[in-house]
Write a protein that binds this ligand. Structure first.
Ligand SMILES: Cc1cc2nc3c(=O)[nH]c(=O)nc-3n(C[C@H](O)[C@H](O)[C@H](O)COP(=O)(O)OP(=O)(O)OC[C@H]3O[C@@H](n4cnc5c(N)ncnc54)[C@H](O)[C@@H]3O)c2cc1C
Length: 448
């Protein structure tokens, strides 16, 4: 177990330290692997991690500023994806120092890409009902089961695997958290196509796959605590005010589809470091566009000549206000954390607020676009043809965003689940009565 360091160095001081470091170290001619090695080991890839885990113990809001500053400088940002966003902070909090050095180092330097093997066909909101099992065999575990919705599973080296290691205790108490090798026999990853036309997530079938005992994170049957750290980081990172940048930049890590051998400068052009058309393992470009928020849609409204419409102006103001509230909540959280406190439920509030922003952006974007909001293309060639036919560089972008808008209110825990958590854990409302916390998992009724 490690402490979560919270250094309180001033933001301005840190950013000028970063600029000086970039002046000395950024070189567009090195490979992405070489650049990420420098960035990661210096603590700038994931500055929100503790200092013993390749970070600088910075507040999330400052870590977002760091990523923005790197992009502004014109250097390549940190590796994209769930390794940096979820696995690294979980291993930093629950892993041994040996595990941190083994796994987190490879994450901050982009050598390995990760996916999240949590959800199952019968265990999404009720995650603790998961049925994938791991059975001990010498100094290894044998894993069998099925996962679903696994974002980026098709190019992950490792997965954050939740598996049942003791079915004879209540369901939350018999789960373990493993760093699971994806590239092995017995792991079958099958992409699922979404209505945007992309296949961001997958079904993963696991049959007699193996994971070493040394890959157990946080101790046997203690996976629920580690899983909650992952989920808390997911909600805070994906929520409004969290900033996707906290989870890394646009370039893909890992051995399967990673950009490691490419020239760093080719991926760091300003347009590449800030644009939303690169796919990250979670929600990619469309969410990036929604995060562009009011500014992006104000520009679109002007371009379409509807910026004088009173209804549209009012909703643009609402969108701007929601974005600012998210930003202020991030600052509030930082201030409270610096004093050693916490704001219970803030990650849940922030994720709910993100859902609101996403829905409003979808509806507003389609209203601003008018009939053009019905035009969509599903691949690179189709997009080019659409742009050529309409003469509109944004054609298809709004529909992409609108089609994807259904996803953020679901992943990382649905809106209803966030409200349940706020009700039960923050407001102290009574839980729905059930026996789940006392009855052994093996005796609970199952859907399948
Ligand atoms: C784009 C995308 C990417 C994802 N990526 C990943 C990933 O990488 N890894 C991963 O493990 N998972 C991932 N997920 C899965 C996601 O976490 C689940 O979809 C989510 O937890 C909901 O689970 P479910 O789909 O099984 O829905 P269910 O749990 O079946 O819920 C169905 C409906 O019932 C409601 N509901 C359920 N229980 C309650 C309750 N107690 N009170 C009130 N309402 C309730 C829900 O809010 C929802 O509206 C992803 C999902 C999406 C959409």
């Amino acid at each position: 177990m490690t402490d979560t360091a919270t250094e309180t160095t001033g933001t301005d001081e840190l950013l000028s330290e970063l600029r000086a470091w970039l002046q000395q170290n950024w070189d567009p001619d090195v490979t992405v692997a070489q650049w990420w090695e420098r960035l990661g080991l210096a603590g700038w890839a994931a500055p929100g991690l503790p200092t013993n885990a390749y970070g600088k113990g910075m507040a999330r809001s400052d870590a977002v500023l760091v990523q923005q500053e790197i992009a502004k400088f014109g250097a390549l940002g940190a590796p994209a994806g769930l390794g940096l966003l979820l696995a690294a902070p979980t291993i930093a909090a629950h892993g041994t120092q040996e595990q941190i050095d083994h796994y987190v180092r490879d994450i901050v330097t982009g050598r390995k890409a990760w996916c999240q093997l949590f959800s199952e066909p019968q265990a999404g909101s009720d995650l603790a009902g998961l049925q994938t099992r791991a059975v001990k065999d010498g100094d290894e575990w044998v894993v069998d089961g099925q996962k679903v919705w696994t974002s980026g599973g098709q190019y992950a080296d490792l997965g954050m695997l939740l598996a049942r290691t003791d079915p004879d205790v209540p369901k939350h108490q018999g789960i373990s958290y493993f760093a699971f090798e994806m590239l092995q026999d017995g792991v079958d990853v099958r992409p699922l196509k979404e209505m945007t036309g992309h296949a961001l997530f997958n079904e993963v079938f696991i049959t007699d796959a193996r994971v070493a005992d040394s890959a157990l994170i946080g101790g046997l049957n203690n996976g629920w605590a580690a899983a909650n750290t992952t989920l808390m980081n997911e909600r805070a990172g994906l929520g409004s005010g969290g900033g996707n940048a906290a989870g890394g930049g646009a370039a893909q890590p890992g051995t399967v589809m990673g950009f490691l051998g490419r020239r760093a400068g080719d991926l760091a052009a300003p347009a590449a470091s800030t644009r939303g058309d690169q796919k990250s393992q979670q929600p990619g470009g469309a969410l990036g566009a929604m995060r562009g928020g009011a500014g992006l849609l104000i520009g679109l409204a002007r371009a379409r000549g509807v910026n004088t419409d009173a209804g549209i102006r009012q909703d643009l103001a609402r969108l701007y206000t929601l974005g600012e509230l998210g930003r202020y909540n991030g600052l509030r959280m930082k201030a409270v954390k610096e004093q050693g406190g916490d704001i219970p439920g803030m990650p849940n509030v922030s994720k709910l607020s993100m859902s609101q922003i996403v829905r409003l952006s979808r509806d507003l974007g389609l209203r601003i676009s008018g009939p053009a909001g019905m035009l969509h293309a599903y691949d690179v060639d189709g997009k080019a043809a659409l742009r050529e036919a309409t003469g509109d560089p944004l054609a298809g972008g709004v529909t992409e965003m609108a089609l994807f808008a259904q996803a953020p209110p679901i992943y990382g825990g649905t809106d209803q689940v966030q409200r349940n958590i706020i009700g039960e854990r923050v407001l102290g409302l009574p839980k729905e009565p059930n026996n789940d916390r006392v009855t052994p998992f093996s005796q609970l009724p199952k859907n399948a």
